[in-house]
Design a protein around this ligand. Structure first.
Ligand SMILES: Cc1cc2nc3c(=O)[nH]c(=O)nc-3n(C[C@H](O)[C@H](O)[C@H](O)COP(=O)(O)OP(=O)(O)OC[C@H]3O[C@@H](n4cnc5c(N)ncnc54)[C@H](O)[C@@H]3O)c2cc1C
Length: 320
């Protein structure tokens, strides 16, 4: 068990203003796609922006550790659990709206807790193109922006127009995507901000600029179906995982190919396994613990480094 960060007064403060929306010692295995992870000291489902501002500002002023999560599809939570407050936007921050422009384009506004899957559906239903790079990716719009989610066709940042975020002092700002620095599977935030607040801000909303497709609804549906079928064929979606565990090296073979060439497909550690179907997926095959997964990841890193001189970096984020 982790050392506690929340004293009884803090817990009372949380309970008094959040009521049933706060749960103490909540198992994170219930909230991550890996289905592993010990308890969060406090797990809060926030219902509105006002509560979020009080919570974030309160945690910042009290110097409490806090973490924002989306749908937990890119997270590995340590077995001993998470110190401080885990804040969740999904469930309530799901508003969305299409603002049509005269030139057959549209600005699609989505709150951070809206699922990427629903954003893709909304775009397709309105014959708006541009979402194929994130089609089939689980998780929320907020998590997708932070991770710059995507595939070999592109990334979410390609169609992002602007982002609205909340700072640790509760203030809200909007920034044009042109002024943000997106890299492969990450969004880099201004280092001055991080120095001041010690934290990444909370993404509240993403606005996407999409254009009308010349294809019919039926053609768009077929295109989507092909992309989703390809994912199903290649990925072990029947087992809990967090998707690709390692980032692809910036040049040379992709991580999955290197792991496969290292002969590691099917290798296990406790209940965790390198998927025999896709070598860059570590799957929770049989009640794996976070330690099992980390042990396996370490074996992969060592073997790939020894054989190919490539240092693999984790795409999955660790929460503790
Ligand atoms: C089967 C499977 C397939 C996948 N395939 C892909 C793929 O093809 N391409 C790809 O890129 N990813 C893929 N992923 C990984 C994952 O789905 C994406 O990274 C997704 O964008 C994560 O979204 P999330 O809401 O689950 O974020 P989480 O996992 O909950 O969080 C990810 C990070 O974002 C931060 N965060 C989340 N929401 C906010 C917010 N509102 N404000 C500030 N910070 C926030 C968290 O603190 C954390 O650091 C896959 C995962 C699975 C399980």
């Amino acid at each position: 068990m982790i050392e506690c960060a929340l004293d009884p007064d803090t817990k009372k403060w949380l309970k008094d203003f959040l009521g049933d929306m706060v749960r103490f010692d909540e198992p994170m295995s219930k909230h991550t796609s890996f289905r592993v992870g010990g308890p969060a000291e406090a797990y809060v489902k926030v219902q509105n922006i006002e509560d979020l501002a009080v919570l974030v500002k309160g945690a910042y002023e009290r110097n409490l550790p806090w973490h924002i999560i989306g749908d937990g599809t890119n997270l590995l939570v340590k077995d001993q659990g998470v110190k401080g407050i885990v804040i969740v936007l999904k469930g309530f921050f799901t508003g969305n709206e299409i603002d049509w422009k005269k030139d057959d384009s549209a600005l699609v506004k989505c709150m951070a807790g809206f699922r990427i899957k629903n954003l893709c559906r909304l775009a397709a239903a309105n014959r708006l193109k541009g979402m194929n790079p994130v089609l089939g990716i689980p998780g929320t719009v907020g998590g997708g922006i932070v991770m710059n989610a995507g595939n070999d066709m592109g990334a979410i940042s390609d169609v992002l127009d602007s982002v609205t975020f909340m700072m640790a002092d509760g203030k809200i700002k909007t920034i044009s995507a042109k002024n943000l620095c997106f890299k492969y599977r990450k969004l880099l935030w201004d280092s001055g901000y991080k120095e001041k607040y010690g934290k990444f801000p909370v993404i509240l909303q993403g606005i996407f600029r999409l254009c009308i497709s010349s294809k019919s609804l039926k053609e768009l549906e077929q295109e989507a179906w092909k992309i989703l079928s390809r994912r199903k064929e290649k990925q072990p979606l029947e087992f809990p995982s967090a998707g690709c565990f390692f980032k692809n090296p910036l040049s040379g073979e992709p991580a999955g190919k290197l792991i496969d060439l290292a002969g590691l497909k099917g290798k296990t550690a406790g209940g965790a396994q390198i998927s025999p179907k896709h070598a860059n997926f570590i799957i929770n095959r049989n009640n794996a613990s976070c330690s099992d997964i980390l042990e396996l990841a370490e074996t992969v890193k060592q073997k790939v480094a020894d054989m190919f001189g490539v240092i693999l970096k984790s795409e999955v984020r660790i929460l503790e």
